[in-house]
Write a new protein. Structure first.
Ligand SMILES: Cc1ncc(C[n+]2csc(CCOP(=O)(O)OP(=O)(O)O)c2C)c(N)n1
Ligand code: SF4
Ligand SMILES: [Mg+2]
Lengths: 286, 597
């Protein structure tokens, strides 16, 4: 066996929520028997943006905020891969927020793990878009799930908490399966506390509300989901669980002619399309 | 009436209110001259100065192959007074103006004395059930066909061919309008053979009439390019549109991104799967892409990036050509990384260099930038058919499962002599690796150790050194033995060619060079300069960026003259000749050779 990079060394502070995210991802990939060479983990910049170094898979460290467009480029050109994009709340809700909106619209087959610690960990403790607003704060909070609910193309919106590992494990698997089945973009925000700059374990543990714990909750009803999320948030709770699931088809399947070989596996030699190129050239003839 | 003159070189403009499609005269005239075997050059907006949407289309048809418009317009079709006010001074002394006199007679202040004006009262003719702009074009073409002494059958055939995509119910009235034009010509004494000109019939092989953007996109596709992402911007949009139209049927994808940051990062993602990927924009969009371009340089991702330069700074003049992003393309971005900048001078170069760029990116695993300018991007001209059979797609240094199994260990950033590391793309069994823009060790794991950093920085830069002079050579004009020279890229190419030829005719030997590789500055370019007493650098920017780039690469600045323009219009051939002769050292050296200009 060819030796490849050592994926066991983490850089995180002891107790950081990101460990839980990583461990859950690794076990879900293993249990779902996704071969490492057919898995690609793409991460943004931040403490969260080192998770790709700790999974046995192909890994990519994107620019700050640009993990989603890069992951889209991968997803469209090689849909055979299992793609996991990951990053922090600064990465996904601040500098990269625009891309999140458009990825929701496009519904590409991938999992996006947004590791939310309500702080900028790597740059040592500045406020992030999800930082708890005080009453004198200049900005109000940001909620990726409500944002996703507001856009008609979304198909999978969920929130987990590293303090609730069983739920996180279940949602991680559901997200991977959603994307593997070609249903599209599985958005999984994981509340992943930063013990060093914003230790929210106790606070969040007291506020999370698993929407699915209520038998009557209908995760396929977008309007009701929105109502419930609003209600829970207004009451000071943090809605978790698989908040919304909708029908959809992965973007690659929508835009590629059925049965065509993926761009990454197309022949590159000119002979493969010579006649077509000649015909096209003839359109310019004078 | 004097005998008609055979016109072997005709420059024409159609100007009026209205967008694309209304200036159809140019395409019909183009069809006519193409059938007669003339070479063609067309340009859309040389004079599309703003205000109420005044648009102009221009063309040159000539027996000799030309890469620019002529010095003045032999024919101007003006659909309103504003078109005359803005362009009248550009009409040749013996030129002809066709004017829409529906709103009253022409104020000819801006026209030379001898210019012949034909005032057509378009309003007199019925325009029911047709598009008025098209109708005017067809009627004008009737008049033009008489000016050029073309028989009705031939002219009508060109008209119906050029308008073949129109539904029959629109085509028929246009043919009628064309005949109104003939009737009107008869009325004003322009019967067949009574016009000032006649058109030659020359033999030339069938060719392509194509602009730089389309040719570039075509070349990328032919070289196996299968992913493009862009965001609409003039004058780069045609690349996106071409690829959106033609890539899907060939198993590729062209995507309109939400912005340029997304576009460049999507292309980076696609490139990581081993797909040949490109992104493109124009100046302000390219400046947004720089973070991504630097990242591709650091992370060693093969990527082609196009900058269809327009006039800056900031949003500048979107439809006007400039070459003021040279510094940005060559030096822009943070840190240092290997990059190549290629500079096509016309559609043929665009095709060829797109192939080269796509291959170089794979071979070196770094960004390769293609520098266009609005003129190169959007002007079309006749060129020989692309040599498709000659296109080869270089695979680059890839690893498959078999190759990997022979290695004890594999990391993405293995230090090599060439600086290029073997690459296993995702999906390759056993090849799991890490790609990052941070400094890293051979595994791709972030590292700031001094020796690792130094080795990695040097490894990346070795890619360029290892390449040596294996980069596209420039195009030469004129007399290579001449003591004086002229040097320019992109939109200067066609004009330089013609200026050099004209000087040659008046006994002044000049050597011309259009470098096709801008960065790294090739030995060829420096040798061209070192060999002469004076080389004038021609460019479209304020600061003389190309000249500065050459000096930075070691060219002797004392020998380098500078001719610059930055008003949004290209040089014309005589304008360039005059500019060259006004360079004192150029003129001195010409005089010393015993030739007086
Ligand atoms: C363009 C750019 N701007 C700023 C930074 C600096 N920076 C690095 S990580 C980071 C924020 C990280 O916060 P978050 O995304 O929440 O991740 P966390 O560290 O909390 O996991 C910032 C601002 C950068 N790397 N690139
Ligand atoms: S700083 Fe915070 S987010 Fe970063 S590793 Fe430490 S605990 Fe985790
Ligand atoms: Mg954070």
């Amino acid at each position: 066996m060819t030796r490849t990079f050592d994926h066991t060394n983490t850089i995180w502070c002891a107790g950081c929520g990101h460990f839980g995210v990583r461990n859950t991802l690794v076990s879900a990939l293993r249990d779902l028997e996704v071969p490492p060479h057919e898995t690609m983990v793409l991460a943004g910049i931040g403490c969260s943006g080192t998770i790709q170094n700790n999974v046995e898979a192909y890994g990519y460290h994107a620019l700050h905020g640009r993990v989603l467009p890069a992951a889209l480029g991968v997803a469209l050109t090689n849909p055979h891969l299992t793609i996991i994009a990951a990053g922090g709340d600064g990465d996904g809700y601040a500098i990269g927020a625009g891309h999140l909106v458009h990825t929701f619209k496009r519904n590409p087959a991938m999992v996006y793990l947004l590791m939310n610690n309500a702080v900028y960990g790597l740059t040592k403790g500045q406020d992030s878009p999800t930082a708890a607003p005080s009453h004198e704060a200049a900005e109000q909070g940001m909620d990726g799930i409500s944002l996703g609910l507001a856009l008609p193309g979304t198909t999978f919106l969920a929130r987990a908490f590293t303090g609730a590992p069983e739920q996180m494990d279940r949602l991680m698997r559901a997200a991977l399966i959603h994307s593997q089945q070609g249903r599209g973009f599985a958005f999984l925000e994981i509340l992943s506390p930063c013990v060093t700059y914003n230790d929210t374990y106790a606070d969040w543990a007291g506020r999370v509300v698993d929407l699915e714990a209520d038998d009557r909750y209908d995760r396929f009803d977008r309007a009701k989901a929105f109502g419930r999320v609003h209600e829970v948030s207004e009451g000071g709770g943090i809605p978790t669980g698989l908040v919304f699931e909708g029908d959809g088809t992965d973007m690659a399947a929508r835009i590629m002619v059925k049965g065509t070989v993926a761009p990454a596996h197309q022949p590159t030699d000119v002979d493969a399309h010579l006649d077509g190129y000649r015909d096209l050239m003839a359109e310019y003839a004078v | 009436m004097s005998k008609p003159k055979t016109i072997i070189d005709l420059t024409a403009m159609v100007a009026g209110q209205g967008g694309d499609g209304s200036l159809t005269v140019i395409s019909i005239l183009t069809e006519l001259l193409a059938r007669r075997g003339y070479h063609l050059f067309t340009s859309r907006n040389v004079a599309s100065r703003i205000k109420g949407g005044l648009a102009a289309a221009t063309m040159r048809g000539s027996v000799a192959r030309r890469g620019c418009l002529g010095d003045s317009f032999d024919l101007l079709v003006a659909f309103d007074q504003e078109a005359i006010d803005l362009n009248g001074h550009l009409v040749a002394d013996d030129g002809v103006v066709i004017y829409d006199a529906s709103d009253g007679p022409l104020d000819r202040t801006s026209l030379a004395e001898a210019v012949k004006v034909i005032e057509v009262p378009f309003g007199r003719y019925a325009v029911r059930d047709l598009r008025r702009d098209l109708f005017k074009n067809s009627l004008s073409f009737g008049v033009i066909s008489r000016l050029l002494g073309i028989a009705q059958d031939e002219a009508q055939d060109c008209l119906t061919h050029a308008l073949r995509r129109l539904p029959p119910r629109l085509l028929e009235p246009n043919v009628r309008a064309f005949r109104f034009g003939l009737d009107f010509a008869d009325e004003v004494g322009l019967g067949l053979g009574q016009g000032p000109w006649c058109v030659d019939r020359v033999a030339r092989e069938e060719q392509l009439l194509i602009n730089g953007n389309d040719a570039l996109a075509f070349g990328f596709m032919a070289a196996g390019g299968r992913f493009y992402a862009g965001y609409p911007i003039t004058p780069a949009t045609e690349i996106l549109e071409f690829l959106q139209k033609h890539l899907p049927a060939r198993g590729g994808i062209a995507l309109q991104a939400e912005d340029e940051l997304a576009a460049v990062n999507m292309a980076i993602g696609a490139a990581m799967t081993g797909t040949r990927a490109m992104t493109g924009s124009s100046s302000p969009g390219y400046s947004l892409m720089q973070e991504g371009i630097v990242h591709a340089g650091s992370a060693e991702i093969p990527l082609v990036i196009v900058d269809s330069q327009r006039s800056g700074p900031s949003t500048g003049m979107p439809t006007k050509p400039e070459q003021s992003d040279l510094d940005m393309m060559v030096f822009g971005g943070n840190g240092e990384f290997p990059r190549i900048v290629l500079a096509p001078g016309g559609p043929k170069d665009c095709f060829d260099l797109a192939v080269t760029a796509t291959n170089l990116a794979q071979r070196l695993q770094c960004p390769v930038i293609i520098a266009l300018d609005q003129a190169v991007a959007q002007d079309a001209r006749t060129i020989p058919y692309f040599d498709l059979e000659a296109v080869e797609a270089e695979p680059g240094v890839r690893l498959d499962a078999a190759g990997l199994s022979k290695m004890a260990a594999y990391g993405r950033y293995q230090i090599t002599d060439s600086g290029v590391s073997p690459w296993a793309v995702p999906g390759t069994p056993g090849g799991m690796n890490l790609i990052t823009g941070n400094e890293r060790n051979e595994w791709g794991l972030v590292s700031t150790k001094p020796d690792v950093r130094q080795a990695m920085a040097e490894k990346r830069m070795r890619k360029i050194a290892a390449l040596g002079d294996d980069l596209p050579l420039g195009q030469r004009f004129g007399d290579d033995g001449a003591e004086v020279g002229i040097l320019g890229i992109g939109m200067q190419t066609g004009v330089m060619d013609e200026a050099v030829a004209r000087l040659q005719v008046s006994g002044i030997a000049v050597a011309g060079l259009q470098p096709r590789t801008l960065w790294p500055v090739p030995q060829e370019t420096l040798a061209f300069i070192a060999k002469r007493r004076r080389v004038v650098v021609v460019e479209h920017n304020v600061e003389g960026q190309l000249r500065r780039l050459l000096m930075g690469a070691g060219a002797n600045g004392d020998r380098l003259g500078s001719v610059r323009k930055y008003n949004g219009t290209p040089f014309g051939p005589s304008e360039l000749v005059a500019a060259l002769l006004s360079d004192p050292a150029f003129a001195d050296n010409v005089a010393e050779m015993g030739i007086v200009a």
